[in-house]
Design a protein around this ligand. Structure first.
Ligand SMILES: CCCCCCCCCCCCCCCC(=O)SCCNC(=O)CCNC(=O)[C@H](O)C(C)(C)COP(=O)(O)OP(=O)(O)OC[C@H]1O[C@@H](n2cnc3c(N)ncnc32)[C@H](O)[C@@H]1OP(=O)(O)O
Length: 132
């Protein structure tokens, strides 16, 4: 989806511009595409936090129409961690105006969780310390 991200302290920021492939209502980005960006890119935040985790719950408030071909800013951060539960936030905005705001519950898992899909994991995944 052309998402570009960078780490800014404890926060992950970036930008994305949706195109016609992501159209839902005419001229407007499909809500599922927005949820995908908000959820999937929380993965980079997990790297910053050094915690392998997966989405258990994702809730998205759609605050304004997300227009195609318009650059949007994404920001995500950790709000609270309680044991295995990571309460994460992710916001999407245009020119400082909120477009969508997500709250997610991620649950920390062992790296072995990601072996269930049958793929060989990158070697440095083994460096991730115990998260539970
Ligand atoms: C150095 C290397 C760098 C590499 C860097 C690469 C980054 C690499 C990271 C990849 C990250 C990708 C991030 C993308 C985001 C996805 O797309 S992840 C994919 C979508 N999500 C999934 O596939 C998850 C599927 N679900 C599951 O596997 C399991 O349900 C879970 C989430 C692991 C939980 O199962 P469990 O471990 O058995 O936990 P469980 O005992 O059921 O629940 C534990 C607690 O959480 C609560 N809970 C569980 N589910 C929920 C829920 N839905 N709502 C509320 N509470 C819940 C329970 O009530 C319980 O609470 P307590 O009783 O302890 O208070």
């Amino acid at each position: 989806m052309g998402l570009r991200l960078h780490v800014d302290g404890d926060c992950v920021r970036g930008n994305v511009t949706f195109d016609d492939r992501h159209e839902g209502a005419p001229g407007i980005v499909h809500g599922g595409a927005i949820a995908t960006v908000l959820d999937d890119t929380l993965g980079l935040l997990l790297v910053v936090l050094g915690t392998p985790a997966v989405t258990a719950n994702l809730s998205v408030d759609y605050r304004a129409p997300a227009l195609l071909q318009t650059e949007m800013i994404v920001e995500r951060w950790l709000e609270q961690r309680v044991d295995r539960k990571l309460h994460l936030r992710a916001d999407l905005s245009i020119d400082g105006q909120p477009v969508a705001q997500a709250r997610a519950l991620f649950l920390a898992v062992e790296v072995a969780h990601f072996e269930k899909g049958g793929r060989t994991l990158l070697p440095n995944w083994a460096d991730w310390g115990p998260s539970l």
